[in-house]
Design a protein. Structure first.
Length: 216
C-alpha cells in the first residue's frame, strides 16, 4: 500500500457504476482507486499491471467476473477479491467463493457500507450479506457428510477420497479446467477421475451422473 492507502481495482462493464464506486471509495482517505476495467480480460490485465490490494469485480461483466477472479487469485494470491453484483443466485455466490473471492456484496447495499466491507476483508473477515451467509451455511450442511453417507451404501461406495472430491466439484457445476485448478492437477487427470467415477457408478455420462445425484 502506498502512503497507507488501500489500492483498489474496480471492474464493471457499466461505466456509471464504476464512477459511483470510485467516488464512494475515494471519499474515504483509506482508499485509492488505481485502475478500472470494463470486462474480465481487461480486469486481469489491469490487476497484473497495477497490483491492487483489492479487486472489486462484477460477476456478470463480459468474459465472466468469476473467471477473472480465478485468474487474478492464481496470479496475485495476496490480492483480496470481492464481487460486487446484483445477482443473488446461489450458483454465482458459490462459484465466486470457489474462485477465491473473500467477499460477495450486492449492489443494492447501503453505499456507505462499502468501504467498511472492504476493510473487513483486508482484516481477514468475510464480507457477505446475512441472507447469503445463511444460504452458504445451508449448502454446506445439506451437501456435506450426510450426503456422502446417504450415497455410501449404493454404487458410490467404492469411490476413492479423490473421486469424492471430483464428484462434489462436478455437482457444483465446475468445468474440467476449473476442477483441475481447484485440485492443482492437470485436466487430463480430472478426466481420468471422472471416467473412473462413471464406470464405478455405471453412469453413461456426466449429465446422467448429476441427474442421479439430484434424485438421491
Amino acid at each position: 500500500m502506498s502512503d497507507g492507502q488501500v489500492r483498489v481495482l474496480i471492474a464493471d462493464d457499466h461505466a456509471p457504476t464504476r464512477k459511483d464506486v470510485r467516488e464512494i471509495l475515494e471519499a474515504d482517505p483509506r482508499f485509492e482507486v488505481v485502475a478500472e476495467a470494463g470486462d474480465a480480460a481487461s480486469a486481469i490485465e489491469a490487476a497484473m499491471s497495477a497490483r491492487p490490494d483489492v479487486c472489486l469485480l462484477d460477476v456478470n461483466m463480459p468474459g465472466s467476473g468469476v473467471g477473472a477472479a480465478w485468474e487474478i487469485s492464481a496470479r496475485l494470491p495476496r490480492a483480496k477479491i470481492v464481487m460486487l453484483t446484483v445477482s443473488r443466485e446461489d450458483k454465482h455466490l458459490f462459484a465466486a467463493l470457489r474462485a477465491g473471492a473473500a467477499g460477495y456484496l450486492l449492489k443494492d447495499m447501503d453505499a456507505e457500507r462499502l468501504p467498511h466491507a472492504l476493510s473487513d476483508v483486508l482484516e481477514g473477515k468475510a464480507a457477505l450479506p446475512r441472507e447469503l451467509t445463511a444460504r452458504l451455511v445451508d449448502e454446506f450442511r445439506d451437501r456435506g457428510p450426510r450426503r456422502r453417507k446417504a450415497l455410501a451404501d449404493g454404487p458410490y461406495a467404492n469411490l476413492t477420497s479423490r473421486e469424492w472430491q471430483v464428484l462434489d466439484l462436478l455437482r457444483q457445476e465446475l468445468t474440467t479446467a476449473e476442477i483441475a485448478r481447484r485440485l492443482t492437477v492437470s485436466p487430463v487427470t480430472v478426466r481420468t477421475h471422472v471416467n473412473h467415477i462413471l464406470r464405478k457408478v455405471r453412469a453413461p455420462d456426466r449429465q446422467a451422473l448429476l441427474g442421479d445425484l439430484e434424485q438421491r
